[in-house]
Design a protein around this ligand. Structure first.
Ligand code: DC
Length: 227
């Protein structure tokens, strides 16, 4: 069974996907982290995102895998906190707009998903990666609420990973709005609401309330499949 979740940055899709993975025993795939891993390596190797052939070569040169907690293994190195820095946030959307890099990422997702129960989240999971997913969800929330959520996450991350200063809410909201714009206008893999996706506005809901709705949708689908 495939559960596909799309939505803009900070809508809660990673948290919900992880809860589904934990409670239903599904493999969790955070597709954004693979775009982030390519972006992180580009920054490390000083490859400019505008240099498309070099970016494609970089994505093809490294070996990527997903780890069960949603982090990425790049050539045997676990990447987690490094993927969520302001430097990565600033250019990941531009990197993810390169069609050849999207093809690489999608091939990895499909290959590790084969024959498994999977919950995957991103921007084009319901429309491109798993158009036949049994459950499709589109999670949404206002940009302000999403920025507040990301701000709290970053503070927690800063404390646990001892990372550099967390950006302000205003800076986070600006980045989120910039990425929303780029992510909905991509020529390939743009963020869209699939016709057959359940749309959930999570602005006024706690994560538990969102999960309760999602749980019911999943149980109904699983029950339907058994008939
Ligand atoms: O989910 P996220 O914010 O960590 O994703 C980082 C970026 O990667 C996001 O700005 C858009 C891109 N992305 C994408 O284009 N397609 C996906 N399936 C997942 C993420």
């Amino acid at each position: 069974m495939k559960v596909a979740i799309d939505g803009p940055a900070g809508c809660g899709k990673s948290t919900i996907a992880r809860m589904i993975a934990d409670n239903f025993g599904f493999l969790y795939i955070n597709s954004g982290n693979l775009y982030r891993a390519v972006t992180y390596l580009a920054l490390e190797e000083k490859v400019g995102w505008r240099h498309v052939p070099a970016m494609i070569a970089l994505a093809q040169r490294h070996r990527f895998d997903y780890l069960p907690d949603g982090s990425v293994d790049a050539d045997g190195k676990r990447l987690s906190g490094e993927l969520r820095t302001p430097q990565v946030d600033a250019i990941v959307s531009q990197v993810s707009a390169i069609p050849e890099i999207r093809a690489e990422v999608n091939a990895i997702i499909r290959s590790i998903s084969e024959g498994k129960n999977v919950v995957s989240e991103g921007r084009d999971i319901t429309t491109v990666v798993f158009p036949d997913a049994e459950v499709k969800l589109y999670l949404d929330a206002s940009a302000q609420i999403r920025a507040e959520r990301r701000f709290r996450e970053r503070l927690a991350q800063q404390a646990s990973d001892k990372l550099s200063d967390a950006p302000s809410i205003e800076e986070i909201q600006k980045n989120i709005e910039m990425r929303d714009k780029l992510d909905t206008r991509k020529a390939v893999g743009a963020l869209k609401i699939a016709k057959d996706a359940v749309y959930l506005d999570t602005s006024d809901l706690t994560i538990e309330q969102v999960y309760e709705k999602v749980y019911k949708i999943l149980m109904a689908r699983i029950g339907h499949g058994r008939k």
